[in-house]
Design a protein around this ligand. Sequence first.
Ligand code: NAD
Ligand code: UDP
Length: 344
Amino acid sequence: MTNRVLITGGAGFIGSHTALVLLEQGYELVILDNFDNSNPKALDRVKDLAGSKALELVEGDVRDPTAVNRAFDNCGSVEGVIHFAGLKAVSESVTNPLRYWDVNVNGSRVLAATMEKRNFRTLVFSSTSTVYGEPENFPLHEEMPTVPVHPYAQTKLAVEQMLNALCRSGNWRIACLRYFNPVGAHPSGRIGEDPLGIPNNLFPFITQVAAGSRKKLNVFGSDYPTHDGTGVRDYLHVMDLAEAHSSTLNHLLKQTSPHQLTLNIGTGCGFSVLDVIRGFEEATGLSIPYQLVSRRPGDVPKLEACPQKAKNILGWSATRDLAQMCRDSWAWQRANPTGYRDVL
Ligand code: NAD
Ligand code: UDP
């Protein structure tokens, strides 16, 4: 075996940070991405930061068996696959569910079928804490019921179920990682989250307000049953999440028999929207004007992980705090006001 890893969606937010961590650990990478929501410049910067050229790009769609085969041909042989390629906008999944079933579910099916044919059976999959739906008890353990309430979460749970069935059918080693809320950026400020248009997510919106490109933040909902009425999430630094992927891959590679894992990847510590605003102001010295507005449809009051299983099995736990998430998000925004593009 080689030390080569195929990463689908490796040019995206989480994929680019994970690619950097894996390059720094000496892996050779092949990235399959169609740049639907990313920019090839991210990969140039990853190579620069790692001081390594061991990263090859195959431009193509994970739903296209020819493209996936081309990526594997370029690898020769792979130790493992990390599958990030997918769509993640909850509201778009409600208005265009077929696109989500196609890219997220069919894309994963094509990838897994190609892996099976080629007898590569080690896979890490990007799942989401939204599979828990609208839970009432916290923190969330992996064994708690999954009741996804929108097509995005439904497609992710469907892929988990498909992969669990594959594990039962043969000699696979598969981990489904349920990410909580990844934020932040590499501390160099050279790679980060680069949303197109008006950001949906809290952190990119806050950094754009801080930069003056948006006037104020709308805080969606102040009557939730949380400590201050605003929504609570378990925010996780993207570098911690990237390291969770390398720990997971290294764990799977040690297994000598079929292996199936489902893990929460979070900090175990929830922050409200107002906590995040205050945290950002303290960490950066900038002020974030905001107004309280009505709830955003589809939002749940609170999500907070129990990260103990990941700690027990992988020896991984998050080490970066909210202040660092805020500082690194801001460093990325300040250095790249238009993301990877020349203009917004
Ligand atoms: P991202 O959009 O930045 O990255 C996804 C990458 O996949 C992009 O580079 C995109 O161009 C690529 N891609 C999309 N469709 C593709 C296709 N059909 N073929 C090939 N490449 C394709 O998103 P991200 O935040 O880095 O998320 C990565 C994964 O993690 C996604 O599957 C997402 O659903 C999941 N996830 C993200 C979050 C989050 O909050 N960011 C939370 C939980 C789970
Ligand atoms: N949020 C907000 N204003 C925004 C974007 C988000 O108040 O402009 C809130 C949102 O209601 C939720 C939290 O911030 O309570 C995290 O939202 P995000 O979209 O970042 O993550 P997700 O909804 O996927 O958990």
